[in-house]
Design a protein around this ligand. Structure first.
Ligand code: ZN
Length: 336
């Protein structure tokens, strides 16, 4: 982040402009997006997914002591539909269902009595192993290489290319392996890259299990909702129905939540206009994107804007985003 930008955010906050803007936008809904808590150095590896405790706590303290009201997604839907009115409403969402988000992040939110919605991808609940592509990216971030070669079960493997090419070709080579064989193969890669095999089992890169998620469902502060089964939302009807259907069925059957599983977060925030009628037909009540901004009352419920909370962004930047001043500046620019 260039220094001048941070200075600008600081100035906008100090001058009281964000305070005024937040007041003018006080009926607009702010949705925040978190993923997981960093337990070691994951926040340095991927600041948009893993947030450090040091960064998170000041944000929660700000929410607690400011005019903002953290409300549940269900209440936010009622607010957007005009059934109730909240001033300065904020919703906290958590993507993917990472183990650390359930084991560490949710208890912190409970300390603040903040409601939350966790959108869970079920493939890695079924497969209690490290999320392969993320763990590989983590190791390659720590130890970048052009080539990985190893022997496994009597076969020689060689992978070459950029980090993302390496990850893709390793993933496709082991796709048909069972979970145990995948982990044994990744242990060989850990050795080749000089990385710690403990990363495979310490669960920093796992999703929570159904048993762990079932405990979350017991707490009325939290809600577990849809994020597709394999973290992708195809564009064809059958693909959409499959991804949402399997995801919903697994969450419902395994967790038996006392509420409907009918709120979706688009995987990686990616959505297409063609998704909307399909989601309506599936009874999806709200869907969140990663398009930054605030939500007006009357906003389309399947195109909700959401703001990523990142470890490498300042609290001042978050205050500016939440105040809606950027939306106002954008609108002004369009008018000129
Ligand atoms: Zn996700």
């Amino acid at each position: 982040m260039p220094g001048w930008k941070n200075n600008l955010y600081k100035l906008l906050v100090k001058s009281g402009l964000t305070h005024l803007s937040a007041y003018l936008n006080r009926h607009k809904l702010v949705i925040l997006c978190l993923h997981s808590l960093s337990l070691k150095d994951e926040h340095l590896f991927w600041p948009g997914v893993f947030i450090s405790r040091d960064k998170l706590i000041p944000i929660l303290e700000f929410l607690k002591h400011s005019r903002y009201n953290v409300i549940s997604l269900a209440e936010a839907q009622r607010h957007l539909q005009g059934e109730v009115t909240y001033d300065y409403p904020v919703v906290i969402t958590i993507d993917d269902g990472w183990w650390a988000s359930v084991a560490d992040l949710l208890p912190i939110l409970e300390d603040y009595q903040f409601p939350s919605t966790t959108y869970v991808t079920t493939y890695y609940c079924d497969h209690q192993i490290a999320v392969v592509n993320v763990l590989l990216q983590y190791w390659l971030w720590k130890q970048p290489v052009d080539t990985i070669s190893l022997s496994f079960n009597g076969k020689d493997y060689q992978f070459t290319g950029s980090n993302s090419e390496l990850v893709k070709s390793i993933e496709s080579s082991i796709r048909e392996f069972d979970d145990q064989t995948k982990m044994a193969f990744l242990a060989e890669i850990a050795d080749f890259l000089g990385q710690d095999r403990a990363d495979l089992t310490d669960r920093r890169f796992h999703n929570a299990s159904y048993d762990e998620l079932a405990r979350v469902v017991q707490n009325p502060l939290h809600s577990i909702q849809l994020h597709t089964h394999t973290h992708r939302l195809p564009e064809d009807t059958a693909g959409i129905q499959r991804e949402i259907g399997i995801n919903r069925e697994k969450l419902t059957a395994s967790l038996q939540p006392p509420y409907g599983v009918d709120h979706l977060c688009y995987p990686s925030g990616i959505w297409q206009p063609g998704h909307i009628p399909e989601l309506e037909a599936l009874g999806v009540r709200t869907a969140t994107t990663l398009d930054e901004g605030l939500n007006n009352r009357g906003e389309h419920l399947l195109k909700l804007k959401r703001n990523l909370v990142m470890d490498n962004r300042s609290l001042d930047q978050l205050k500016v985003t939440m105040s809606g001043i950027m939306d106002m500046a954008q609108r002004l620019k369009q008018k000129i």
